[in-house]
Design a protein around this ligand. Structure first.
Ligand code: CP
Length: 320
């Protein structure tokens, strides 16, 4: 594997889940692959889970992880081509990327949407420069439009918690938030769940208010139910997330607290498990009662971030 950006990069989902089980059961079995190999993980934005789980996955594989915080520890980097660099950016990505590539075997990058220009964000200008100029396999650790390590961990978690249900109903629901958040997590979740639906693993429904429809490329073939109650009926998994508007790009159009997932919402479901990628705003996205209930699986979901990252790193090391 040379890149991990979209669901298409993981290939067959049944095989990926089988590999995830193997890696989870025997995390240190492949340390020979990572011996004397280095992964540099680069953060343009804050992180708790991604930062720690990617390092832990690399350590499990016997690798040496190095973390670089852009704008904190390094020079400020210019990301746009063709600009006159007379501002506060000291170095261009065009030089920084191949330099970073020369120090490592694999690169991971976190770079959120900037919300200045939808076209710039949706063309994935930053991660694509890493793919083009680093000469190394590249892992998306959440970019402008996608968060594949999270979505893979989410699928692993659903597979683990579905029990005897052959084809669980999985619902992605918008929920309110005080700040404008990117669409990367719901985009990837929709992309991966649609692929899982096509593989016969789940039924998938998205529910969100008017004005919050995800980009058409992520909703192709996906069932959209505007009535949140109808969407929740019979659900086995509720995945809550806020996102800002795609149509009115990056805007907050509503903070309607009737969309907050509380005990009444969960009573409409088939005793559903509650999921969220974290960090979560309590009593905005989800009530204390729900996230603290036995049906909340947000902690094992976060723990599976090590597993998803390790499968990806393992596949990259196997192809070096
Ligand atoms: N879910 C997730 O990516 O968490 P962090 O932003 O803390 O890495």
């Amino acid at each position: 594997m040379r890149r991990f950006l979209t669901v298409g990069d993981i290939g067959d989902l049944h095989a990926a889940l089988a590999e995830a089980k193997e890696v989870k059961a025997n995390p240190f079995n492949w340390q020979h692959l990572g011996k004397n190999k280095t992964i540099i993980i680069i953060f343009f934005n804050s992180s708790l889970r991604t930062r720690l789980s990617t390092q832990k996955a690399a350590l499990n594989m016997g690798m040496n992880p190095i973390v670089l915080n852009i704008n904190g520890d390094s020079w400020k980097l210019e990301t746009e081509m063709g600009v006159i660099m007379d501002g506060d950016k000291t170095e261009h990505l065009r030089e920084a990327i191949p330099v970073i590539g020369s120090y490592c075997d694999i690169i991971g990058v976190r770079s959120f949407a900037e919300f200045k220009d939808r076209k710039f964000d949706y063309e994935e200008t930053i991660i694509n420069q890493f793919v083009q100029y680093s000469g190394r396999p590249v892992i998306s650790l959440e970019t402008a439009t996608r968060h594949p390590c999270q979505a893979f961990a989410d699928l692993i978690t659903i597979d683990e918690y579905k029990g005897q249900i052959k084809k669980p109903k999985v619902v992605l629901t918008w929920a309110p938030h005080p700040r404008a958040l990117p669409q990367a997590v719901p985009n990837s979740f929709a992309e991966w769940m649609r692929a899982a639906e096509q593989a016969g693993m789940i039924d998938f429904v998205v529910t969100n208010p008017e004005g919050y429809d995800l980009a058409p490329e992520f909703m192709e073939g996906v069932k959209l139910e505007r009535d949140q109650k109808k969407a929740f009926e019979g659900a086995d998994f509720i995945y809550a997330k806020n996102w800002s508007s795609y149509e009115q790009y990056g805007q907050i159009l509503s903070k309607d607290m009737s969309w907050t997932v509380d005990a009444e919402h969960m009573s409409w479901t088939n005793n559903a498990k509650f999921m969220h990628c974290l960090p979560v705003r309590r009593n905005m996205i989800v009530s204390d009662e729900v996230i603290d209930s036995p049906n909340s699986i947000v902690i094992p979901e976060a723990a599976n971030r090590v597993v998803s990252a390790q499968v990806v790193i393992k596949r990259m090391l196997e192809k070096l």
